[in-house]
Ligand binder design. Structure first.
Ligand code: SF4
Length: 504
């Protein structure tokens, strides 16, 4: 085999990690024998497969049955099953003092932001991954004999295992590279790429197209074929969820605190989607897959042009869309083409606050978008952002009013607290906005995507946290949406949650 593209643990076991999966698909479409290996999924299966059973132990087998054999979940059923699997992760973690593993995270007993510390830890002692490399990974590498391994790291939750995996491959003489969205973000807009590179000199940035040769100008996502799957498709999900990107970057690209503002919009034609769909294995197509468009904010044009392809093949999908004036008018077409859910960056009900940070969203449009989608049977997932510098009680009141008016149009909700990206336009204009940038509490030598700040001498994150507990959660529709919103498996399972009046 030419290449194995591998994603280290821990990343959600409900759908393929998009970075590694799409890179393997891109290489495959160019005739490169590229295998996709989700080591995180294999790691979860390894833990669940050996979890002790019996009295007082989590019933892992029943939990897996519930999540794998149902195409629709109830909030209670999902909570119980995912809680059971998470308890099994907790029990496994206890074998490795100081480590904490969940369905979405792996924290070592040293700060994960310190790659040198993590590397020393992994070299020195027992870790949750050490046995797994020998038991599972080594036989795979010996069987497939890849000329090169790509390790794709998207989240901090994969960093400890990624560092250990790099050391493991190096000592055994495998040729490998490390890349992915985490190293890309650290080098573009964060802090600490240099540190990562010191620990893993094989770290590179980019979308992987350097493998295609210096003279190639083609973007990796211009051609995608179903990758060679090194293990069976055994994701923990009632329906297969397949990641895909219609675009990268963002067509709005003006929000002042966006960490990706230097990332220009790239659109991949619908023929890329059509070609890719033609290569999805028929046994997977028979299981009613759901396409997960991972775009930061899908523009109306590419989305509309993709609809006939989706409708023709009877494929369901979900994606992230900005709640703009075009959305209500498209809701019916989206629904009939198979849209099960839209994630929407509503962020605030205050026009003043949204304008101040150049969000380009109007709260009335957000309300209309939520209502129209719900009317057409599309699940809605609203992302609210609290604790923006300068957010007043009046602004919070406007957000509460918006959510109250949205009522049962609101299916899922994320109440998050503002983090200031390490590098963004707002940081360069901090003083103008009354923001005082603080030195990070850790030493400079750490990986960091965000930086601490004060607004007029205060940290707005503190009252925001309080308001979530005492204001937002007491609105009945918000409370219902919070109870319905799954805590684990990221968004993969959301389109399968049963919600009255929404399509399935
Ligand atoms: S909509 Fe999102 S991705 Fe686009 S500019 Fe704003 S924050 Fe960035």
């Amino acid at each position: 085999m030419d290449v194995i593209v591998a994603a280290p643990p821990v990343i959600t076991p409900s759908e393929p990690p998009s970075g590694a999966f799409l890179l393997a698909a891109g290489l495959r479409a160019r005739g490169i024998e590229a295998g996709f290996l989700d080591l995180s999924l294999a790691f979860f299966r390894h833990i669940f497969g050996s979890a002790p059973s019996g009295r007082g132990m989590p019933d892992v087998a029943s939990a897996l049955r519930y999540l794998e054999e149902n195409e629709a979940y109830t909030p209670q059923g999902h909570r119980t099953a995912s809680g059971t699997l998470n308890s099994a992760m907790g029990n496994f973690s206890r074998l490795f003092p100081g480590w904490r593993l969940t369905l979405m995270d792996a924290s070592p007993p040293v700060p994960v932001h310190d790659p040198h510390g993590v590397a020393v830890l992994c070299e020195g002692g027992e870790t949750p991954f050490k046995g797994f490399w020998n038991e599972y990974l080594l036989p795979v590498l010996e069987r497939h004999k890849p000329s090169r391994v790509f390790i794709s790291i998207s989240y901090l939750s994969q960093l400890a295992a990624g560092i250990e995996l790099a050391g493991y491959l190096r000592t055994r003489g495998f040729d490998f590279l490390v890349g992915g969205s985490l190293p890309n973000s650290l080098s573009r807009t964060g802090n600490g790429f240099r540190l990562l590179k010191e620990v893993i000199p094989e770290t590179v940035t980019g979308d992987g197209s350097e493998v295609l040769g210096a003279e190639s100008r083609e973007r990796m996502l211009d051609r995608l074929d179903w990758p060679l799957m090194i293990r069976d498709w055994d994701y923990i999900s009632g329906r297969p969820v397949i990641p895909f990107a219609l675009t990268t970057g963002c067509y709005w690209n003006r929000c002042l605190f966006c960490p990706d503002s230097d990332w220009q919009l790239e659109v991949f034609g619908e023929e890329v989607l059509s070609r890719f769909l033609d290569t999805v294995p028929s046994e997977l197509m028979e299981r009613r897959p759901i396409l997960h468009f991972i775009d930061s904010a899908v523009p109306p044009g590419p989305l509309r042009r993709a609809l006939p392809f989706l409708e023709e093949r009877g494929l369901d999908f979900y994606t992230f869309a900005r709640p703009e004036p075009w959305l209500p008018g498209m809701a019916r077409d989206l629904s009939s083409a198979g849209c099960l859910m839209l994630q929407m960056g509503v962020e605030s009900g205050s026009r003043t606050l949204l304008d101040r940070y150049c969000k380009g969203i109007d709260p009335d449009d957000s309300l209309r978008a939520l209502r129209s989608c719900a009317e057409e049977g599309i699940r809605t997932y609203a992302y609210m952002l609290l604790g923006l510098p300068g957010e007043s009680e009046e602004d919070i009141g406007s957000s509460l009013e918006l959510l109250t008016k949205a009522g049962d149009s609101l299916d899922f909700i994320n109440l998050s607290i503002f983090n200031l990206p390490e590098h963004c336009r707002l940081v360069s204009m901090a003083a103008e906005f009354g923001i005082e940038l603080l030195d990070p509490p850790e030493s400079e030598d750490c990986i960091r995507l965000y930086r601490p700040f004060l607004y007029r001498g205060r940290n707005p994150r503190v009252p925001a946290r309080r308001r979530i507990a005492d204001g937002f959660s007491s609105i009945p529709s918000v409370a219902r949406a919070l109870r319905r919103t799954p805590r684990w498996f990221r968004t993969s399972h959301f389109p399968m949650m049963q919600v009255d009046g929404r399509r399935s």
